[in-house]
Design a protein around this ligand. Sequence first.
Ligand code: HEM
Length: 401
Amino acid sequence: MEPGDSSEEPPLPLALERFQLSEEYGSLLPEPLTELPEPYGPWMEIAHDLPELITSHRLRSRVHQMPHLSTRHLHGRKELHLAHLVLSFITMGYLWQEGEEGTVKVLPQNLAVPFWEVSQALGLPPILSHADIVLANWRRKNPNGNLDTIIALPGGESLRGFILVTLLVEKAAVPGFKVGDPCPHSALMKRSMAGLGRVCSMLPAQGLCLQPPHPILCSLPHCCVFLLSWKDNPAMPDGLIYEGVSDEPMEYSGGSAAQSTILHAFDELLGIRHSEESAAFLHRMRGYMPPPHRAFVEEIHRAPSLKQLVLSSGDTRLHEAFNQCVSALVDFRSYHITIVTKYISVAAAKAKAGRAEQGTKAGSSIGKPPSALEAKGTGGSHIFCFLKSIRDTTREGMISA
Ligand code: HEM
């Protein structure tokens, strides 16, 4: 090969900005806006009152009175993300105000059309996704940096705790994104992997270390109803008609951290291959990421395989460094299973038992954990089979001695 041939030179690191990722915030929207321009006052007023409007069963009538606003006064990515956040929260409240037993088939035009248009502009689905609930839903409470959410739902502290924990994990993963591109020089590659290993092993410590059961998250199942799908959900078997957009019902999955870029990127970087069924669910979840973040994951997938480079180096220290990364990812996934058991399964079963003891009053279905939650997640996966399967296939990604 001739000197200067570009394939001989170390590949350039992935430029994070090209994928709307930042060196400081990773996939989080940097410093999101908290208010929309003046013409959108009616949306903001409803959004700020959501918990109260939902618990008093007045949200649907407020939405019916809401003016049909044009989206043409929205400019730039931050305004569009805030509009998507606001409209997606109003939509979830509108649909699930009466719990799983009182759903509607049609989203009214004054909400459906602007929500559809903003979703098209951002390349996001017209439902509340991880990009809304976590990435665009944070603000600083004070200059010291204490964090809060911008828009809330009933379930106050529990949902807020869940959102902020996930946000901290997003932030902790940022150094891992910077390692995206493996360099063929083994010293650099080793350094990269040591960095990635540290990131993976920090994730549980940073975000999920909520032992013993954290009181804030114990009533999480009660607010999960607002994150549910209208795809493969018996409570909405026909999906949802977006009035003024299409006469045909549409189906979308609910918000889930399975839509976060982090684990998709790490899986691709380490060449982890999941079972067909689990991979199909995870790939579908990529459709719920902002398109530039999805492109980042796909770019890592197309890059030369890190595992092959490590294997062909014949360097046992590199093999070890690689396996430490995979092992940290396995630990993260094992820890995550413990968390889901504690805060979803056990908590939902306890709430059910409590209701059975007290006898549930008719019509009191808000604040009740969704019936499917013990078996299925908000994104619609069969929780434990899925989570254990991907943890086990991650372990299979190790290089054997
Ligand atoms: C109380 C805290 C949490 C609960 C109850 C929870 C619950 C769940 C559930 C039920 C699923 C299955 C997919 C679905 O159907 O939605 C899931 C998947 C997932 N969650 Fe969590 N989660 C929590 C915290 C987190 C955090 C902080 C992260 C970090 C970003 C995270 C990352 C993931 C990922 C990446 C998946 C996809 C599976 C994987 O790739 O390992 N979760 N979660």
